[in-house]
Design a protein. Structure first.
Ligand code: ACO
Length: 359
């Protein structure tokens, strides 16, 4: 057996395919490049949820807007109770209060929740009152409006939309697997999403982009990149934003996010971008020498960090923003798993002591 369950096929899915050798991500028949920067987050939800809810409307923009409003009404009074927790923990604890259904309403509330709660928490942190959602806006625009207090620049809203689309689904990653295990017990969608959130939080999965910015800050200047990275690897540290369980080449999502960054070049600090490029080049070179037998390339989290910073999120919120996009994929997987009607229950091999045989 292998502790990481590498190469074990644990589900059949129509939702997404990750080809780690070709560096290709397909979401329901569409290559990522045909979706990221081209369609809105609501369109990807329609694609992912098709066939999993009998009453799925063709256009989810208005229903998701209405769910944001309902979500805000249900939970905004509880926000002060959790405002001193980390953004991720605060968001997760309030999401636990949502009804645990399996219908479209439950799915929409859960999808609305991270963006609504995160922006409200950021307003509270800054000493401002949370803003009520605007049900007419698309999800990305409204999340930025609720966070910043005014209509966001359209190119920043488009960049956030591209990000949410890019991370919406990605095969049987740790959080999605967690969601499917819970769904297989016939628990509701909130239970599945809470399990997925727990898995996403760790730095080996969705917790990496904040530390990517810490790394950029620690490097400071492009000319320091090589020396800093060598010292880090010599100490046995992992470089955040590099390496992947499945990809043996560059993660296609890194390119999708780099393209989104190019669209908002005016909003990105040019020094930050130059530093990121220098760190990426130095890291790839050093990783090649450090692990010649193990191809380690840039993963989604590296440019996530630069993009979310440019859009205006504080770094301790990055994992919660990841959840804002991935929640749509978790819900689709939970519904797909539940439809199999089969409980996930693998076996373990006992390697502990046996009872002493009586003399
Ligand atoms: N920096 C330095 N060394 C690395 C890195 C890295 N980023 N990634 C892997 N390695 C090394 C490991 O130390 C290991 O060396 P060893 O054999 O001497 O112990 C070897 O490469 C193989 O690594 P594994 O841990 O077997 O690879 P795995 O498939 O489990 O790793 C993971 C995937 C967890 C993402 C890893 O590459 C990593 O820790 N990266 C940094 C954290 C990160 O960026 N996480 C975000 C991932 S993307 C996402 O989940 C959305």
């Amino acid at each position: 057996m292998s502790n990481g369950l590498e190469d074990i096929i644990a589900a059949e899915t129509v939702l997404s395919d990750v080809d780690g050798l070709a560096g290709r991500l397909i979401i329901r028949g569409e290559p990522l490049a045909a979706l990221a920067g081209r369609v809105g987050y609501e369109d990807v939800l329609s694609l992912l949820w098709d066939g999993f809810f009998p009453d799925l409307p063709h256009d989810l923009r208005q229903p998701l807007g209405a769910a944001r409003a309902r979500m805000f009404e249900m939970l905004h009074r509880e926000l002060p109770l959790v405002a001193n927790r980390s953004a991720f923990d605060a968001m997760r604890s309030l999401m636990a209060l949502l009804p645990d259904g399996t219908d479209l309403d439950s799915a929409l509330l859960l999808t609305a929740a991270p963006g609504v709660l995160l922006s409200a928490l950021l307003r509270l942190r800054a000493g401002n009152q949370p803003l009520t959602p605007d049900t007419d806006l698309d999800h990305a625009t409204d999340v930025l409006r609720m966070m910043g207090g005014a209509a966001p620049r359209p190119e920043l809203a488009r960049a956030l939309g591209s990000y949410l689309v890019t991370v919406a689904d990605h095969g049987l990653n740790a959080s999605t697997f967690a969601a499917r295990v819970v769904a297989s017990t016939e628990a509701g969608l909130t239970s599945s999403v809470l399990a997925a959130l727990g898995a996403l939080k760790g730095p080996l999965h969705g917790g990496a982009p904040g530390p990517v910015l810490d790394m950029l800050d620690a490097v400071g200047k492009p000319e320091n990149a090589e020396a800093w990275i060598s010292a880090e690897l010599a100490r046995g540290e992992r470089l955040m934003g590099f390496g992947h369980r499945i990809y043996r080449v560059r993660d296609p999502r890194a390119d999708a996010l780099k393209a989104a960054l190019a669209q908002i070049s005016g909003a990105v600090d040019t020094n930050r971008m130059a530093l990121a490029a220098a760190v990426e080049t130095a890291a790839l070179k050093a990783l090649k020498q450090h692990k010649p037998d193990r191809p380690l390339d840039t993963n989604v989290e590296f440019y996530t960090a630069v993009l979310l910073e440019a859009v205006g999120f504080p770094r301790d919120c990055f994992t919660a923003v990841f959840a804002t996009g991935r929640v749509g994929g978790w819900i689709a997987h939970a519904r797909e798993q539940a439809a199999t009607g089969r409980l996930i229950r693998p076996k373990s091999r006992y390697i502990g002591p046996m009872p002493k045989v009586a003399a």
